[in-house]
Ligand binder design. Structure first.
Ligand code: NAP
Length: 808
């Protein structure tokens, strides 16, 4: 900064967060900035308009990446606006002013902290794209970007990045006030902590067992390394609390709700929790302001991220699609939702086959009860009416001063709630430490009364305990498991809600289409999913014995439970079970182009669909849409039906082949021209469809695609007939492998077709090989490289020829 440039008066911290990590880091940066004397505000990126983004002088961005390199839901609006504004602008060199493109935000100075995971493709894509987009606007980076990898531990990058941020920030933002001391000396105490080196520290492992319901699950940590350590370093700062609870008087309707839901203050805990479960279809009480009829908008749950507010839809049927005859077959359910009148109005005209929706699922009541009990909350206090009250920088409660609460709690601001409700609906109690932050462990350490417990937790979140931290995270213990393992840990139940991972809605593809001949179907969504509930074996290192540990997801076991855990391969109809849902904002262009959108040509472009497992769900919608379009075809003019090809994979023909009869029908009656099946665990034998007979030898979809005769046909469609390629399913394994397989088969095809190679690769150069060479004048056969083909696939993603809906 030149001396003539004035420092900004304040800093704005922005976050784009899917699971709450980026938000929590952004809020901590904001809090620390305030403590250090900066004037700071913190905002979710989608609030850019409210903030007046064009006037922001210094911005710190903490952004995560989801799915296939997409921005989180709460940044999609900002993303669209930024892309629209920068479309056609060139990158200004180093963000310097001077070109016409550099006039959009010439006064903005920014720093970006990206969160991602190198196990998935497009690592930290949101941060990288944000950086290049901001550069295009003429904004200048004042502090180099940090890219944190959740695969190896976010804190490895996050902590040092934040530590050095303050110097850089001091050069561009002026201090408003004197810096305040950070955590009352506790942090120093940690770095000077002298660990005792006898018995407990040298003990090999710690296990947790309990006979009570729900069972705390064991996890193992090797603390033996502690005895050689003189002092711990790198432990996170003790977080500061942003709110506490105050008693709240009950309003009339709340009184009614409470009296119908809470019958007991004197009965024992398990009975208390069980009492809430109605035998046939267990009920749950949604914290909301509506009166509970289908289609009601659930005001307390309105997410800022959806394309509609949250509303109540009714599950009308449930079908189990898999057998239980094989141990390694996942249980898959297909549910149908009636959106109700309000839901229909909300989604009307806004969705199409390929879209997805979100479900808010509560934590299990028994688990909530067990945790609150462990936290020392009396049964009579679990459902006592309270309000959350934000704490100001002077440590006093601030009322009516706008939201100072983390966003997962702001849903409950200004309403009367209960601890039970907050634990059931605000935080994720099942996802385990996979989503937990070291800061939470740091806080839990400070809440221990026994030195043993405290030291072990501090070790876990220290630099010295890094290896054990990663093993601990891999075992994903839940809060209940941790509280059981550290019995002297008595954290404050309200502070804990701030630090736990927020409860986020779960997303599912809609396996149906709005375009249907029967108009009633316009108001229904179908969706299919696996029940995430399994047992893993962990080894107790002290005994070398294997111990079975149960793990389960949040939403899918709940859906299974409320639909009555139906028997395999059966269907229940006439159900009436309400759940809170919303239509998600569209993340990508995962839909079939309609003639109106892409000109008359596009419906005749072949469609290649690749979707193993529940990735098939979206394609069922596509195929229904194509079927409907066929029915609506004007018989006078010849139909322009696209060739549609599907690659589907499952484990066994007889046990988890989802939508088998539907696919059979699509294949025998159309619109499916070819159906390729791969079976990953079945023995090779002959199976018969009416329209498809054969022995299915490929293990995975990409192996089927690579079979010479299939690959040749595929390439002809892709290269010669300009087919559209759609891939849906798992981002981590399948998405990457299918991309590589596509690159391989196109590579082989182009080697044999140099003319086509010239055409397709004329503007794509391999920096390591063909860089700068004009392929038109070269012998293509020697110049086609794998890197070029991978770049070609990237180009096809940009031009929407190749569309992916990949989920982590
Ligand atoms: P899955 O576990 O991915 O298994 C389906 C088949 O794919 C199995 O035969 C499996 O074989 C095989 N497979 C495993 N690794 C593979 C790889 N690297 N390449 C190709 N095939 C591979 O199926 P799923 O459990 O149903 O999961 C599907 C994914 O789709 C999940 O990530 C889910 O989040 C996502 N998704 C779900 C929806 C929805 O609406 N429910 C929508 C879109 C996407 P083995 O297991 O025998 O190795």
């Amino acid at each position: 900064m030149t001396s003539s440039e004035e420092k900004a008066k304040s800093v704005q911290v922005f976050y784009a967060s899917q699971t709450g990590n980026a938000e929590s880091i952004a809020r901590n940066i904001h809090k620390e900035a305030v403590k250090k004397g900066f004037d700071s505000q913190v905002y979710v990126l989608n609030d850019h308009e409210k903030v007046g983004f064009e006037n922001v002088r210094v911005g710190v961005f903490v952004v995560s990446t989801t799915g296939d390199g997409d921005p989180p839901d709460n940044a999609t609006k900002f993303w669209r606006v930024l892309r629209r504004k920068t479309r056609g602008l060139k990158n200004s060199k180093d963000g310097a002013n001077g070109s016409s493109s550099a006039s959009l935000y010439p006064n903005l100075k920014y720093a970006i902290l990206g969160l991602g995971d190198t196990n998935y493709s497009n690592f930290c894509n949101t941060a990288k794209v944000l950086d290049s987009q901001l550069k295009k606007t003429g904004a200048k980076e004042f502090y180099p970007k940090g890219l944190a990898d959740d695969g190896t531990g976010l804190e490895e990058t996050v902590d040092p990045w934040i530590e050095k941020l303050w110097d850089a920030l001091g050069k561009v933002v002026e201090l408003k006030s004197e810096s305040k001391s950070d955590d009352g000396g506790l942090h120093k105490a940690v770095s000077r902590l002298k660990l005792r080196d006898e018995d407990s520290a040298s003990e090999l492992s710690q296990s947790v067992h309990s006979e009570h319901l729900p069972n705390p699950q064991p996890f193992f940590v090797d603390y033996s390394g502690m005895k050689d350590i003189k002092a711990l370093t790198g432990t996170p700062k003790l977080p500061t609390q942003s709110c506490n609870m105050v008693d709240a008087p009950l309003s009339g309707s709340e009184l009614q709700r409470n009296s119908s839901s809470n019958s007991a203050s004197s009965i024992d805990l398990l009975a208390f929790a069980r009492d809430k479960v109605v035998s046939e279809y267990p009920e749950f009480i949604i914290p909301k302001k509506g009166n509970g009829t289908a289609g009601d908008v659930v005001e307390s749950f309105v997410p800022r991220t959806g394309s509609t507010p949250t509303f109540l839809a009714t599950i009308t049927s449930a079908e189990s699609l898999t057998t239980e005859l094989k141990k390694d077959v996942k249980r898959t359910l297909l549910l149908e939702l009636d959106l109700g009148e309000t839901g229909r109005k909300l989604v009307n005209g806004k969705w199409r086959a390929g879209d997805s929706f979100g479900i808010w699922a509560p934590n299990d009541r028994l688990l909530v009860t067990a945790i609150l009990d462990k936290l020392g909350v009396e049964v009579s206090d679990m459902e006592k009416p309270i309000r959350l009250s934000p704490i100001g920088s002077d440590g006093k409660n601030v009322e009516h001063e706008g939201s100072k609460l983390p966003s997962h709690l702001s849903l409950f601001e200004h309403t009367t709630t209960t601890l039970f409700e907050l634990y059931q609906w605000a935080v994720d109690l099942t996802s385990g430490t996979g989503l937990m932050k070291k800061q939470l462990i740091r806080y839990l350490a400070s809440a221990c009364t026994q030195v043993d417990d405290r030291d072990r937790l501090l070790y876990l979140c220290s630099r010295q305990g890094l290896k054990e931290w990663s093993k601990f995270r891999d075992q994903a213990p839940r809060l209940l498991d941790i509280l059981q393992a550290f019995p002297s840990c008595h954290p404050d139940p309200v502070f804990l809600i701030e630090l736990l991972p927020p409860l986020v809605p779960r997303a599912y593809s809609i396996a149906s289409t709005p375009q249907t001949t029967s108009s009633s179907r316009n108001g229904s969504w179908k969706f299919a999913f696996n029940i995430v509930k399994y047992q893993t074996q962990v080894v107790d290192p002290s005994t070398n014995k294997m111990i079975a540990v149960s793990r389960e997801g949040l939403c899918t076991p709940w859906l299974d439970h409320i639909t009555g855990n139906i028997a395999p391969k059966t269907k229940l109809s006439n159900l009436k079970i309400q759940i809170p849902v919303f239509l998600r904002a569209r993340q990508n262009d995962f839909f079939l182009p309609s003639p109106a959108e892409s000109g008359d040509e596009s419906p005749s472009r072949p469609i290649i669909m690749i979707g193993p497992g529940t990735g098939i769900a979206a394609f069922i919608g596509f195929l229904e849409q194509a079927t409907n379009e066929r029915l609506c075809e004007n018989t006078d003019s010849p139909p322009k039906e696209p060739e549609m090809i599907l690659f589907y994979g499952c484990r066994y023909w007889d046990h988890d082949f989802l939508f088998q009869s539907k696919l059979e029908e699509f294949k025998s009656k159309g619109p499916l021209s070819d159906l390729y099946i791969s079976l990953s665990r079945d023995e090779v034998k002959s199976h018969t469809f009416k329209s498809l007979t054969g022995s299915f030898k490929s293990k995975y979809v990409q192996h089927e695609m690579a079979r010479p005769e299939v690959a040749k046909n595929l390439c002809k469609l892709i290269v010669d007939k300009d087919a559209l390629i759609y891939v849906c399913g798992d981002a981590q394994g399948m998405g990457k492998d299918v991309n590589n397989a596509l690159a391989d088969i196109i590579f082989e095809y182009l080697l044999e077709n140099p003319k086509k190679a010239n055409e397709l690769l004329s503007d794509i150069h391999d920096p390591g090989n063909g860089m700068g060479k004009d392929l038109a004048r070269q012998d293509a056969e020697q110049n086609v490289t794998k890197i070029q083909i991978l770049q070609l696939l990237m180009k096809w993603i940009q031009t929407k020829k190749y569309r992916r809906d990949l989920w982590a």
